[in-house]
Design a protein around this ligand. Structure first.
Ligand code: SAH
Length: 353
């Protein structure tokens, strides 16, 4: 059965027509769903027979909170258990410019970045549009904190699940739904070139973030297997095309790793590659992951100065939630490991390995 929360308003209207209902019913149902309705019973402005008919045709899945951690700085991290037992993480952060929720797009990830906890164990499955939406919706409902911004920077590679992500964007952006403006949404990719081109075609007003992490193939290949499929040259060509098509400035994520990607010549090379388009480099202090030997760099300020000397705007990302494993994939890993250690226990979060 389809999860009705994944359906667009247009699709719902079509369903209502097919069921012999007036078109405005679709709007009523859509509004209930996007306020977090967990059952058709709650939809009290629909007739009982209609509620029953709907319940026979559709499900409404609601994620369960498997774990919740609240940081001293107000950051809240949720580990959700989905209908099939899979788990994903969502982080709610309070910034001066508004409350931002960081959502997952897949259960696990198959991109294999050497520094990232989300990819250990590979990808289990894609998330459905409603499962991405629910992270925003139920984080807001549970916390009572109004969500202003969304970043697709949790577990998973959004451009490896593009159709569902696009549908999620349509849902969350809808005036009758959560109505979060595209300009308040960022999508982060490790650099899947065909996905960047497909996204460019949509010409959305969202911010594209590219996880660069190295401007030369030799280094990038060591830490990001995706570089073997789409090298730095191809990636920047796609970024230039994206800018040409959308006019939107791209943001480049750069996790600073000691002795790997923190040399001045790499800052110079970033500037060279960016020539001809406005770019913004976001320097991130590497979050240490237990399974990896990579260490955080101490050259953030020097690297930032070097970039700016080359005319590239660069910021250092403020780190929130350090006391609650708020970096992506860490809480899910922890839950998987703890369960694995409990002999004979049923694993609540499928690890995919
Ligand atoms: N798959 C997408 C989005 C998820 S990761 C992507 O690759 O962009 C969100 C961001 O966190 C990416 O920039 C990713 O490279 C970064 N990241 C992952 N592990 C990290 C770590 N240990 N320290 C700092 N940044 C990390």
């Amino acid at each position: 059965m389809t999860d009705i929360r994944s359906m667009t308003l247009e699709e719902l209207s079509g369903e209502m027509r097919a069921m012999g209902q007036p078109a405005f019913r679709a709007g009523q149902i859509f509004t209930w769903l996007h306020r977090g309705a967990a059952s058709f019973e709650e939809m009290t402005d629909l007739s009982k027979p209609l509620r029953q008919q709907l319940a026979e045709r559709y499900t409404i899945a609601v994620p369960q909170i498997a774990r919740k951690q609240v940081s001293q700085d107000g950051t809240i991290k949720y580990l959700w258990e989905l209908a099939d037992g899979a788990c994903v993480e969502t982080v709610l952060m309070r910034y001066h410019h508004g409350n931002t929720v960081c959502v997952s797009s897949q259960v696990g990830c198959r991109m294999g970045c050497a520094f990232c906890a989300s990819t250990i164990g590979g990808k289990v499955r894609d998330l459905e549009p409603a499962e991405i939406l629910d992270q925003v919706l139920f984080a807001q409902l549970d916390s009572g904190v109004k969500v202003n911004n969304i970043v697709l920077m949790g577990i998973g590679e959004p451009l490896d699940n593009l159709d569902n992500v696009l549908r999620f964007l349509e849902l969350v952006n809808h005036p009758k739904g959560m109505n979060i403006g595209m300009r308040h949404i960022s999508l982060s990719t490790c650099g899947l070139v065909p996905g960047i081109d497909a996204l460019a075609e949509r010409d959305l007003q969202l911010t594209l973030s590219v996880s660069l992490h190295a401007p030369d193939d030799e280094t990038r290949r060591q830490i990001m297997p995706v570089d073997r499929a789409y090298d730095v040259k191809a990636l920047f060509a796609a970024c230039h095309r994206y800018f040409q098509r959308t006019g939107r400035r791209i943001s480049f994520e750069y996790a600073m790793i000691d002795g790997v990607n923190d040399f001045d010549w790499q800052a110079d090379l970033i500037a060279q590659r960016l020539r001809g388009m406005p770019g913004h480099v976001n320097l991130i202090p590497l979050n240490e992951v237990a399974e990896s030997r990579l260490k955080p760099s101490r050259r953030l300020a020097a690297f930032q100065r070097r970039l700016e000397k080359n005319g590239v705007t660069a910021t250092v990302r403020r780190s929130l939630g350090g006391d609650i494993d708020a970096s992506c994939g860490q809480l899910r890993r922890k839950a998987i490991e703890e369960k694995a250690m409990e002999e004979g226990a049923r694993t609540p979060c499928r690890s995919g390995d």
